[in-house]
Design a protein around this ligand. Sequence first.
Ligand code: MLC
Ligand code: AMP
Length: 491
Amino acid sequence: MELIERARGFRDRVAVISGSSSFTYEQLLEASLGVAGRLLGDSGDLNEARVAFIIRPGFDYVKTLWGIWRAGGIAVPLHPGNPLETITYILKDAGALFLIADAGFTDNIREYAEENAIQILENAEFDVSDITLPAIDQSRRAMILYTSGTTGSPKGVVTTHKNIEAQVKSLVEAWEWSPDDHILNILPMHHVHGIINVLSCALWSGATCEFLTGFDAGAVFDVLRRSEVTLFMAVPTIYHKLIAHWETLPEEEQKELYNRLREKRLMVSGSAALPVSVMEKWKMISGQVLLERYGMTEIGMAISNPYRGERKPGHIGQPLPGVNIQLVDESLEPVADGEQGEILVKGENVFKEYWQRPEATEESFVLDKWFKTGDIAIYNTDSYKIVGRSSVDIIKSGGYKISALEIEEVLRRREDIRDCGVVGIPDEEWGELVCAALVPSVGAVIEPKEIDKWIRQMLPAYKIPRKYILVEDLPRNAMGKVTKKELIKQF
Ligand code: MLC
Ligand code: AMP
């Protein structure tokens, strides 16, 4: 694996900072070797066994990811905050054979793991003596990330080592990463934004990745104040929250922060549309023109504003190195410049398959292996601009992709709900807010608070509806199909 080979060239440099501890590339190589050895036991190769892990962002997360890769396994990162229902769904769907977890996360999952022959390993220091690692061909599967789509349940997006390398190399080239870079990571580590754009680009480059375990605006500014930090990447909601925090600070501190932030090499926004107002405000408080880029779990990053050159507000820029883009109409014919079309993507960056869903995989590719993103864009004077999505059932909130259908399925499990419709309502801070219209069953009295409590046991926080309305029936067209555009007007 080139990632590991390259690390040997940066042995004494700091790879990861978590909390008050720093870890060199040498320490990362050694600790990940320990994880690999523990996973391998007496076998010489995990041969693509799925290894799930629930580890807080930091050095232990990174050593585990690398250890799984070095042992020949497929890494399946899980979010520590997710409810048991979500975690067991993924363990089952991925057919995980191992679960590596921080102490404290294993208790409520142990029973499920034992029943399903999943071996639990508590995150620890592992012995590194006497380990022979398998040779890993680039074409082998490396990672499964779960993503929501227009089908009810999340699907596993499988990327190979080659896909990951292509995604990383493209960004390293476009954004001119170097060993002198130092990036702050506050993103969740079960999605491409945190794993690829931040962590893997840093480690590929011999740079330093510093972790905070979650988002806290004051703590982010404290790290960004330090001159060695050169890069920052986040979703628009995070920039919105940072601006709100900045506005509460005394004038002296605001000025001091401006002077610190304007020295940064690059600040990037992505995972959802960056409102022009947020881009302008951020420039005012930091002197930084945010670089907006566009990506997706299935493709890594595809389109980006330039590192050098004009970053156009409200636009996502041009194709990244190695990535091919075209816009097509519903008959898959290319559209003219200035016309709307669905973004199709092709290149080594594009994922291999949806895990054990050959039909879904086949449906997502058209023409000659072009991936259908479901995003609608126009190309105007040298830059792409996202104008919408082909499905109203996909919601983006806080940078997370959410399937309305998945939430509806969970709501419909209740006897007091006869029908329901979930929609995304535009929101300045979150991009969209998940909202649900509920049709009560005959005679049922619905208590939104109780539904909220119940749904929290099943879905991650970002999928929980923020507003409920009760309706007698959902709006439908002449064919009897629910018209979500009409439903949105009722909120
Ligand atoms: C959380 N909350 C929300 C919410 N998410 N409210 C509305 N909408 C949402 N989407 C609420 C919680 O219920 C809670 O409320 C409160 O906010 C704090 O919850 P939290 O989870 O602690 O939130 P916070 O830490 O503030 O998280 C906000 C955030 C987080 C923006 C930091 O959402 C985040 O890290 N987002 C990044 C997601 C990401 O990395 N996406 C990339 C996917 S890859 P209460 O009442 O319960 O206290 C991809 C491809 C690409 O998209 O192009 O990059
Ligand atoms: P995910 O499936 O979580 O990886 O989310 C991918 C989706 O995020 C894309 O299909 C887009 O809809 C959206 N997205 C990512 N970046 C941007 C951006 N800069 N502007 C608008 N939407 C974006």
